[in-house]
Design a protein around this ligand. Sequence first.
Ligand code: URA
Length: 227
Amino acid sequence: MDQHGSYLREMGLIRWRFGSQPTDRAGLPSKPETRSRDGGPKTNSANLAALAREADGCKRCELHRTRGKVVFGLGSPGVRWMFVGEAPGAEEDKQGLPFVGRAGALLGGMLGSLCLSRDDVYIANVLKCRPPNNRDPFGQEVRKCSPFLHRQIDLVQPEVVVAMGRFAAQVLLDSDQSLGQLRGRPHNFGENPVPVVVTYHPAYLLRSPGAKSKTWEDLLLARSLLT
Ligand code: URA
């Protein structure tokens, strides 16, 4: 079995077959990378780098006292997909990179099932610093930190955002509905609306592999929203 097939097998899913039309790596008709929205990829890269530097020195909440490294996010403006999780865990806090632990390996499998690699997506979290012992983020921390995520979405300009887990979904959609209520239909984020699809968090999938088939449905929904 090739690499794509083995990713799907890893997710416990049937193999997805693409059509014969020329496609890009997401299996969609090829199209130029540049967006027509304002701020070209170069400007947005520079602004994103400046934002990352700002986050690096951030002391807006108490998490700066206990963090190892700030985990700003990974990827480049202009990618079509953005994946958003909750907050860095222990491994992410050590490396300063999002989703590099066990949940990250599963996220890699999810990307592989879509014929995507980490280079094709932007990965971020709601919180940029690890809460001690991976406790749930406090409302105050979210309020102080979420402007970073909002600005990241503005600068990356993805065609779709996948909110992984209840926490990312509720924060991005400013909702208190459950993950089950938010799944299964597209939502919008922001004034220049970006579609958001809600799915399970990879850490939950590690504990509950039975939810992988629903995750696959969510990813296909997200994929259908690419322009
Ligand atoms: N869980 C998250 O929500 N984010 C990470 O970066 C790692 C684990």
